[in-house]
Ligand binder design. Structure first.
Ligand SMILES: CC(C)(COP(=O)([O-])OP(=O)([O-])OC[C@H]1O[C@@H](n2cnc3c(N)ncnc32)[C@H](O)[C@@H]1OP(=O)([O-])[O-])[C@@H](O)C(=O)NCCC(=O)NCCSC(=O)C[C@@](C)(O)CC(=O)[O-]
Ligand SMILES: NC(=O)C1=CN([C@@H]2O[C@H](COP(=O)(O)OP(=O)(O)OC[C@H]3O[C@@H](n4cnc5c(N)ncnc54)[C@H](OP(=O)(O)O)[C@@H]3O)[C@@H](O)[C@H]2O)C=CC1
Length: 403
């Protein structure tokens, strides 16, 4: 049996490369050997990083060059009552973060939502996109490719769906810029976030495009998808789940629990989240939706880089007959309950807290339920932070909880 020290020796001697140790030893031994080498080079002790609580081979499809794991504290807020399209009843929401005061704030929002009878949430559009870019000779060829794409949707769908049991191609939208043509493929990926699924399926469809037209594929992703970058197309057309949550809170609850008034929150929302964001040229017309998206992404094994799209959200706040109506609409929330990081043991338990680990029945319903829970968490966070700003409690809250 190879031990970590001798594995590290073989790397030093140039016999093995740093990233191929798993082929020669148990995955935990391989991570230990890398820690020895990194410690030697950097002086970092890595004792805490090496003290992880799951077998390293479980993370095989989630990371390369593994040396251990970082730990982020995880807590829960709620239970909060949700009337959703895919989930209904009371649920705790898991959040992992290092920002003190965040869970206190979202928890306050949840308890206020509960006092108001619960939040409503719905996924209103769903589809994961991949947009390859093709080179054509000129605008006339671009037009021909657009027309060919419109006339041959079934051929593209057949090729794409050959690669997946669950994915369904919903549509292909062409965009032309000079002699570059972008075909934005949109899939129903059911309970998977779907980025690998959509990429593999689109690769197969691109082979048909190249075989049947004069176009040449330049790249399987042409950035009009748009993945992991701020982009107006996601805010307008949606990507992943487009999900909205709202609540009507009685005036006395706002006054007693949030120490402010519906009028103050509504004015603040207009001046901060709407006008301030517009002046800043922001896509995020909200206060801190990214906080809840990031914390719930970490707690449930989502791809954390997609917090960029998750923050594409608009918060509204209006006074209705003296009470406070608040909503949050997340245009592009990319979530899954199968695949990716959802398979890791702590993240699976995070999904279990909501009851959405694995595939749903019908397929897609677990990922919809997760999206609705994140939207309600974001609603609670917006409500609490807006109230803290309106009542001038933000700095004192962070002085007390966050340092
Ligand atoms: C801190 C509070 C909640 C105090 O608010 P409070 O009303 O003084 O608290 P309270 O002691 O009266 O408790 C009210 C409820 O809050 C919850 N709560 C209260 N304390 C805890 C705790 N320790 N652990 C768990 N839950 C807690 C709990 O639900 C409690 O109800 P109870 O269960 O007692 O009936 C409030 O001042 C607050 O929400 N402040 C806002 C903090 C915040 O939202 N920070 C988010 C990060 S800000 C940021 O990152 C983005 C930013 C600001 O830059 C974006 C921008 O530009 O806007
Ligand atoms: N490739 C890329 O460009 C990018 C990849 N990523 C990474 O992609 C990963 C996520 O991709 P994703 O495709 O979601 O996950 P996986 O690649 O882990 O694939 C998940 C697979 O689970 C199967 N499956 C089983 N049950 C279900 C169900 N109920 N609903 C849907 N699928 C089911 C599907 O197989 P089948 O298809 O056979 O039906 C699906 O393809 C993350 O690790 C992320 O970090 C992120 C951004 C870009």
């Amino acid at each position: 049996m190879t031990d970590a020290a001798s594995l590290a020796d073989r790397v030093r001697e140039g016999e093995l490369r740093f990233h191929e140790l798993e082929a020669h030893a148990d995955a935990d031994v391989a991570t230990e050997a890398r820690r020895i080498l990194v410690t030697e080079q950097s002086g970092a002790s890595l004792d805490a990083v090496g003290n992880y609580g799951f077998p390293a081979d479980v993370a095989d499809s989630a990371i390369e060059n593994m040396i251990g794991a970082i730990q982020v504290p995880m807590g829960v807020v709620g239970p909060v009552s949700i009337d959703g399209g895919a989930i209904s009843g009371d649920t705790y929401l898991p959040l992992a973060t290092t920002e003190g005061a965040l869970l206190a704030s979202v928890n306050r929002g949840c308890s206020v939502i509960d006092s108001a009878g619960g939040a409503t949430a719905r996924v209103l559009k769903s589809g994961m996109t991949r947009a390859p870019v093709f080179r054509v000779a000129d605008v006339a060829e671009a037009e021909a490719l657009v027309e060919w794409t419109r006339n041959n949707f079934e051929a593209l769908k057949d090729a794409a769906e050959e690669t997946t049991n669950h994915g369904e191609l919903l549509d292909v939208t062409p965009y032309v810029v000079g002699n570059s043509v972008y075909l934005r493929f949109r899939y129903d990926t059911k309970d998977a976030m779907g980025m690998n699924m959509a990429t593999i399926a689109t690769g197969a469809a691109c082979e048909v495009v190249e075989a049947e037209t004069t176009a040449s594929l330049v790249a399987l992703s042409g950035n009009l998808c748009t993945d992991k970058k701020p982009a107006a197309i996601n805010a307008v057309e949606g990507r992943g789940r487009s999900v909205t949550a709202d609540v009507l809170i009685p005036r006395e609850v706002v006054e007693e629990r949030l120490h402010t008034t519906p009028e103050a929150i509504s004015e603040l929302n207009t001046r901060k989240n709407l006008i301030g964001s517009a002046k800043a040229g922001s896509f995020g017309f909200n206060a801190h939706v990214a906080n809840v998206v990031a914390a719930m992404f970490l707690a449930t094994g989502q791809d954390e880089a997609q917090v960029v799209e998750g923050s594409n959200a608009i918060t509204t706040a209006d006074v209705q007959d003296g009470d406070l109506y608040v909503s949050v609409s997340l245009a592009s929330l990319e979530v899954g309950t199968v695949g990716g990081g959802t398979k890791l043991p702590t993240q699976s338990e995070g999904l279990d807290i909501i009851g959405v680990r694995g595939g749903g029945d019908p397929a897609g319903s677990n990922a919809d339920a997760l999206a609705e829970c994140i939207a309600v968490g974001a609603l609670a966070g917006e409500l609490s932070l807006l109230s803290a700003l309106a009542s001038r409690h933000l700095a004192s809250a962070h002085a007390e909880h966050g340092r």
